[in-house]
Design a protein around this ligand. Structure first.
Ligand SMILES: *Cc1c(COP(=O)(O)O)cnc(C)c1O
Length: 391
């Protein structure tokens, strides 16, 4: 099958909900990918922050294969070893207390929303279910997480959306202005990914944590994109010096297999009681075995390298004399690049993909989320193509 045949097949039988690049991807190794025709691409996208240990990782593939031959699935009615071991490692490395495993980011965020409302209901009864979220946030595509998302473009077509969310700007004044006696939590990303790689001010986050403490609101942090090493620490909150009441994760956790989940701190560890939540596939042994391998690979040394590689890429781009690229922002290997001039970020990304560099967009920015294990050689190769194509 060639690209044109594949595209025709897709258009005939697949709901066309995605704006795709004009490229197919067949296989990969490290941070380098190949299409059906054998053309090479340097990957600065990780399948949108998912393939954190790159492609064709031997240890990951062997862990999955071994587990698949042993036990592929059994449901949450039984204990399984990879599940409990993964929960332990996540808690030990995050300072959180216990874990619920789900399958995606949206589902993970549904979980922390339920946890916040249950915490409040147990303590105060009904009428305190509102959650404050921020403008330019992105929390997922289910009806509830769309309602939580603080971008008007997502509040279309699927009416009625859910009550129970109020949007504020990322300042203490704005949060206080929308607050009321019906609020139980504040939910935020520490770097807004889809919104345009927008990092929160440290001062704002620390003051927000204090305010939450004072009003007994839960501090819910959506680490679906920033988590699992993306920013150079296992979770981004570890660099902000706050401990959330609950934190969601997904994208990078299992290195490419669908997995998500959320963790509660000590105060909230008993909130989700028997029968209050569940999901058929959550903590599936194959995904858990893959995640154990991912976390083992992403040790402290690798995480330090994430910071170094991020600084290196940003330094190289900032010093590149390319008129359409402005300043950069982000943390670790979550990088936003300002786009200047008449071409849009989407046009630039399409041009890059066409020429062998996979790059993402977010808001009006170009966005890079390379595999965390990308090598210096792959970075230099990708940046040199980028410079040539955009100059
Ligand atoms: C991607 C993303 C989600 C949604 O995750 P899905 O796995 O697509 O449901 C939620 N929050 C943030 C911050 C994300 O980046």
């Amino acid at each position: 099958m060639n690209f044109e045949e594949l595209k025709a097949l897709d258009h005939e039988y697949v709901m066309q909900t995605y704006g795709r690049f004009e490229v197919d991807i067949d296989h990969g190794s490290g941070a380098t990918l190949y299409d059906l025709a054998g053309r090479e691409y340097i990957d600065f996208s990780s399948g949108i922050g998912v393939c954190s240990i790159g492609y064709g990782n031997q240890r990951w593939a062997e862990a999955i294969t071994k587990q698949a031959l042993k036990l592929g699935h059994i449901s949450n009615l039984f204990y399984t070893q990879p599940y409990a071991q993964l929960a332990e490692i996540l808690c030990r490395r995050s300072g959180m207390s216990n874990v619920f495993f789900a399958n995606s980011g949206a589902e993970a965020n549904e979980g922390i929303i339920k946890l916040a409302r249950k915490y409040s209901f147990d303590k105060y009864g009904k009428g305190r279910g509102t959650i404050i979220t921020l403008t330019n946030s992105f929390h997922g595509r289910t009806v509830t997480t769309l309602s939580a998302t603080g971008q008007e473009t997502f509040h279309n077509y699927f009416f009625p959306f859910n009550d129970g969310f109020r949007h504020a700007e990322p300042t203490i004044e704005s949060v206080q202005a929308v607050a009321g006696h019906d609020v139980c939590a504040v939910m935020l990303e520490l770097i807004q990914g889809e919104g345009g790689v927008l990092p929160m001010e440290g001062e704002f986050v620390r003051k927000l944590a204090e305010l939450c403490q004072k009003r007994d609101w839960l501090l819910l942090i959506d680490e679906v994109q920033t988590g699992i090493g993306r920013t150079g620490s296992l979770f981004a909150y570890q660099q902000y010096g706050v401990l959330p009441d609950a934190v969601s994760f997904a994208k990078g956790i299992a290195g490419g297999l669908p997995m998500g989940g959320f963790m509660a701190n000590k105060k909230c560890r008993g909130v989700m009681t028997a029968g209050t939540h569940g999901t058929t596939f959550g903590g599936n042994p194959i995904c858990a075995a893959a995640a154990l391998e991912v976390l083992d690979i992403l040790d402290d040394h690798q995480l330090l390298e994430v910071q170094e590689k991020g600084d290196y890429i940003r330094g190289q781009i900032e010093s590149m004399d390319v008129a359409c690229l402005g300043s950069t922002r982000g943390l670790g290997l979550m990088i936003g690049i300002e786009v200047l001039g008449s071409q849009t970020n989407k046009e630039l990304a399409a041009k890059l993909v066409e020429n062998g560099v996979l790059c993402l967009t977010a808001g009006k920015m170009l966005r890079m989320l390379p595999p965390l294990t990308i090598t210096k050689e792959e970075i230099d190769k990708g940046l040199s193509i980028l410079k040539q194509v955009l100059a």
